[in-house]
Write a protein that binds this ligand. Structure first.
Ligand SMILES: Nc1nc2c(ncn2[C@@H]2O[C@H](COP(=O)(O)OP(=O)(O)OP(=O)(O)O)[C@@H](O)[C@H]2O)c(=O)[nH]1
Ligand SMILES: [Mg+2]
Length: 274
């Protein structure tokens, strides 16, 4: 499949029939964090490390929050990089609009196709820490949470449960004041939670400080960490929800429920049949 065929196949993900990928070796890195923390800049750094190691890297940017910092710029940079590196980078941005409840399974199929087509590392970048973003990143084998100084949304990420899912947390923009403090706060709140917690590293996508440590931390993460349970849970919930939504009777049952003809129990049992 050439790049154009691949792009076309990815855009009709429902018809993808690639075999389910195996989980060894790991290949999908999820990158999440609030808008503007530097996810795309970090992704670019990670990509260039991996290219040096001979990987073929595909990047799926889910709903880049801003066309300037998120989608277009990264896309252009990646296209430029691919010219230098013999077409070993593939970039695609994906809108979450009009995919009610169905994005995680769609992403899964896209990843299966990319792996089948010989891409050895896939990065999924997504903004934010809400429930739907958690579902999206639960597709990934490893999850990087990016924070930044002076943002005050550390607590927010914690609330939404992203910290629990993350395998590694990096505080980017370590060249700016306040990054150390944010890292300390995160470590503190992780210490309060149960179980083995993720490492917290400082780095700067701007200066390159800490980047190679971050990449080797990603590459050498132990496979069976606590968060994989949390992530399995998200995967399970996402596919359960998708099964409900894609049930042929879904809209009828919804109508019955809204008109009071069905109770919740009746609605659920109707959707569990067939
Ligand atoms: N000082 C400093 N600025 C950075 C660093 N990393 C990224 N930036 C800047 O932060 C801004 C946002 O960077 P992006 O990589 O686009 O951030 P993002 O998280 O991908 O943003 P969205 O995709 O829009 O959510 C850009 O202006 C970058 O130049 C860093 O390490 N230090
Ligand atoms: Mg971005």
């Amino acid at each position: 499949m050439d790049r154009r065929e691949l792009a076309r196949a990815l855009s009709s993900a429902d018809s993808i029939t690639a075999p389910t990928r195996s989980f060894e070796p790991w290949c999908v890195l999820g990158v999440t964090g609030s808008p503007g923390v530097g996810k795309s800049c970090l992704v670019e750094r990670i990509v260039s490390h991996w290219l040096d190691c001979g990987e073929k890297v595909a990047i799926l940017a889910v709903d880049p929050s801003s066309p300037i910092t998120g989608g277009a710029l990264l896309g252009d940079r990646m296209r430029m990089a691919s010219v230098d590196t013999g077409e070993d980078v593939f970039f695609r941005s994906i809108a979450t609009r009009n995919v009610p409840g169905g994005l995680p399974s769609r992403l899964n199929r896209m990843v299966d196709l990319l792996v089948h087509e010989g891409w050895t590392k896939i990065i999924i970048e997504t903004v934010g820490s809400g429930q739907s973003e958690i579902r999206i990143v639960a597709v990934a084998d490893r999850l990087l949470l990016v924070e930044g100084p002076g943002r005050g949304d550390v607590i927010q990420a914690e609330k939404a449960g992203v910290m629990e899912l993350a395998d590694l947390i990096v505080v980017n923009k370590s060249d700016l004041a306040g990054a150390d403090k944010v890292a300390d706060e995160i470590r503190l709140s992780l210490n309060l939670s149960e179980g083995e917690s993720a490492d917290v590293l400082l780095c700067s996508a701007e200066t390159g400080d800490g980047i190679s440590d971050m990449v080797s931390a990603i590459d050498t993460l132990p496979n069976a960490r606590g968060p994989s349970i949390a992530r399995a849970r998200e995967r399970l919930l996402a596919s359960h929800q998708e099964n409900l939504i894609s049930h042929p009777q879904f809209s009828d049952v919804l109508k019955g429920l809204s008109e009071g003809r069905l109770s919740i129990e009746e609605a659920l049992s109707a959707l569990h049949r067939g």
